[in-house]
Design a protein around this ligand. Structure first.
Ligand code: S3P
Ligand code: PEP
Length: 432
């Protein structure tokens, strides 16, 4: 489905949208629920990735296809490696077959797991023969994907002797590791993360909340906060709108487990103020941002730019790059080395599509530099490369000019109702 989004003003200054649960929290809790069946989940994500995870944990089939879902691929590899007596083939989309998994497979094998590659070395699909894993110490490279680390931590409470992970290299996407540890703590599992060593205690009980460190009682539901990465597209919309525009999003809290909640700080530079009220956030466009945002670095001959290291929040890189382009301000985004192995090579995709719109972008292995420019070409069709975040991140540009999005259905990977939600706040969307 290719769509056209017309230039549109947000008609209702009091717009409010309810966003589905975090897909990262959801996929962790789904795996923990498979290990500790009395966990109950509230506000589960309705994303494709969480549906895939739910089905994979319920099916008795021995071939499981996770499509594009990276967390499902990595978390389920660890899970099925520990399911004694079960043999599964874990596969995914063509792109999933290009996303590396060797670091995780090697770590699991060194704990005693039996896993083999069915097509190419180091890549899915995998054949996994479940085993009881008894070893408890492993060292792994931590600068490629935090999902390998979270996968090991999630199964750790069910390993006979718990787990001690030693992380080598610069640890990437750290908030996602902390999210995993925090959710383990909430169900009563003791953990420790100091310097480069993470420890998780074994947890034999099937009633985890009884030992919960946050005073939970047995069978209390785990309430998932709504998805902050999905909120980023509304931050971008408010940033690109007139002063006075307001959008309220639910359900969010100030002490989030999600690293992408750093949006509330970052978007101050784009004139967006965030107010936490009850269980919602109110985004308000408070100041005009021209080429000189509030907190900037001076560069070269006096230009100003946004300079951000996004190694702790890689999923909002596309949103921020497109917001800067829409506002006509330059930016340097660093810490982006993981973007090349996500749903697509996101650095290449961003450069290609922003340049189609008339922008100037330079990329390296781990950074993106956007020049400021005041012209955005109209009626350009944005290719989305099977990447939900390409469609989601470019849509807000409709506030500046009429834009087309190819294969718009890709958004369902994380945010199935996105187009409906845009219509509800006044965007005009028609199938091309
Ligand atoms: O653990 C998670 O839920 C995720 C970790 C991040 O991946 P990397 O650690 O590979 O950067 C992030 O990009 C992904 O969308 C979700
Ligand atoms: C990178 C992402 O997901 P995953 O790695 O889980 O496929 C994402 O949602 O942006």
């Amino acid at each position: 489905m290719n769509i056209q989004i017309q230039k549109s003003e947000i008609h209702d200054l009091q717009s409010s949208i309810s966003i589905t649960g975090s897909k990262s929290e959801s996929n962790r809790l789904l795996l923990l629920q498979a290990l500790f069946p009395n966990i109950e989940i509230d506000n589960l994500s309705n994303s494709d990735d969480s549906k895939v995870m739910t089905e994979a944990l319920l099916t008795s089939s021995n071939v499981i296809d996770v499509h594009h879902a990276g967390t499902a691929m990595r978390f389920l590899t660890a899970y099925f490696a520990t399911q004694d007596g079960r043999e599964v083939v874990l596969t995914g989309s063509d792109r999933m077959k290009q996303r590396p998994i060797k670091i995780l497979v090697d770590a699991l094998k060194s704990l005693g797991a039996e896993i083999s590659y069915l097509e190419s070395d180091g890549l899915p699909p995998l054949k996994i023969t479940g085993k009881k894993l008894t070893k408890n110490k492993v060292t792994l490279q931590a600068n490629v994907s935090s999902q390998y680390i979270s996968a090991l931590l999630l199964i750790a409470p069910k390993l006979e002797n718990g787990l001690e992970l030693t992380l080598e290299g610069k640890i990437t996407s750290v908030p996602y590791i902390n999210m995993t540890l925090n959710l383990l703590n909430q169900i009563g599992v003791k953990t420790d993360f100091q310097n480069n060593v993470v420890e998780v205690n074994q947890q034999s009980t099937t009633s985890p909340y009884r030992k919960g460190t946050f005073g939970r009682v047995n069978n209390q539901k785990s309430l998932i906060e709504s998805d902050w990465s999905s909120a980023s597209y509304f931050y971008s919309i408010v940033a690109l709108s007139a002063v006075g525009t307001e959008i309220s999003l639910s359900s969010y809290k100030q002490n989030s487990l999600q690293g992408d909640s750093v949006l509330s700080e970052i978007y101050k530079d784009f004139g967006v103020e965030t107010t936490f009220e009850n269980n919602s956030i109110l985004l308000q466009k408070s100041t005009i941002v021209n080429q000189k945002p509030a907190r900037t670095e001076k560069v070269g001959s006096g230009g100003s730019l946004i300079s951000l290291d996004l190694s702790n929040a890689p999923d909002i890189a596309q949103t921020i790059a497109v917001t800067c382009f829409g506002l006509g301000i330059s930016c340097v985004l660093t810490g982006l080395h993981t973007l090349k192995i996500k749903e697509t090579d996101r650095l290449f995709a961003l450069k290609t599509e922003i340049e189609k719109l008339g922008g100037q972008v330079a990329i390296t292995e781990d950074s993106l530099t956007l020049d400021s420019s005041n012209n955005i070409k109209s009626n350009i069709a944005i290719d989305t490369y099977n990447d939900h975040r390409m469609a989601l991140a470019f849509a807000p540009l409709a506030l500046k000019t009429s834009i087309k999005i190819n294969n718009a259905e890709v958004v369902s990977k994380s945010y199935p109702s996105f187009w409906e939600d845009l219509k509800s706040i006044g965007f005009q969307i028609k199938t091309d």
